[in-house]
Design a protein around this ligand. Sequence first.
Ligand SMILES: N[C@@H](CCC[C@H](N)C(=O)O)C(=O)O
Length: 313
Amino acid sequence: MTDDTSPLTGLRFSKGHGTGNDFVLMADPDGARPLSTEQIARLCDRHRGLGGDGFIRAVRSRALPEGAAALAENPDAEWFMDYYNADGSLSEMCGNGVRVFIHFLLTQGLVALEDGGELSIGTRAGIKKVARTAAGYRVDMGPWDFIHPSHAAERGVDSVVEAAGLAEPRPALSITMGNPHTVVALEETADLAALDLAGTPAVIPVPPSGTNVEFVLPADPLVTDDVGHISMRVHERGVGETLSCGTGACAAAAATRFWAGAGAPDAWSVAVPGGVVGVRFFPGADGREHVELSGPAVMVAEGVLADGLLQQL
Ligand SMILES: N[C@@H](CCC[C@H](N)C(=O)O)C(=O)O
């Protein structure tokens, strides 16, 4: 192991993914090494950098201004997930990222998680509680909500979305999971396959902070053994099409369950191009309905950036 201050080497990094949603991770316990927007974009560049859908900096909550709110909410939240999209823009939350973040902290020996135990981590969308499962991790993602509550409650639709490959604009519903999502209902398998998400879909009207767009196809039948099944493709804000989006899967399940009406199940299986994640709705201790996300987390590499690489890239 090399010291990350060695004159011969640059910053230490790890690379990991959750259902194909991949991230570059760095430990910066004292918050001494923030990266600029440009540096993050260079790092996440798939041709000239390491490549990733996002960059995650692990910082002790006490070392970040945002961490003060996290510690006030839960003094056990020692670590803060400082999350950025591939273009260097900041996001409030990342569902796949939380699992990979915890896995990173564990593999680096920065935290310990006993069997049956839980870890609280700080994010810009509040504290997330994470537990280990046989297949990875499950995360209490907190409550979901409509972005435009009055429109949503009235019609279950608050916008339309246009995208290349869609024959016509489709109705959509915008949901917040701490970060914004717009869920588009599709009807045919061919519609999902025909989508071209190389460009950014047009959401009309777009939520105030932009949005991630999920195109969702219900399975036929939608529900088996009290579990709802959907397939989804996603265009992420600040990234483009990705193989998976955890908060997007939660939003997609929430919208589909809302559209399905009374009697729709609480448990959902969401198939994404990179795998499958589980979503479950349950009553939170705060009296609101919470969303639980479960899925795998995999570390694929560790390394050291060449000296000056962030400047040269
Ligand atoms: N892939 C993430 C979401 C990452 C942030 C998103 N692009 C945004 O800007 O909100 C996930 O797994 O949730």
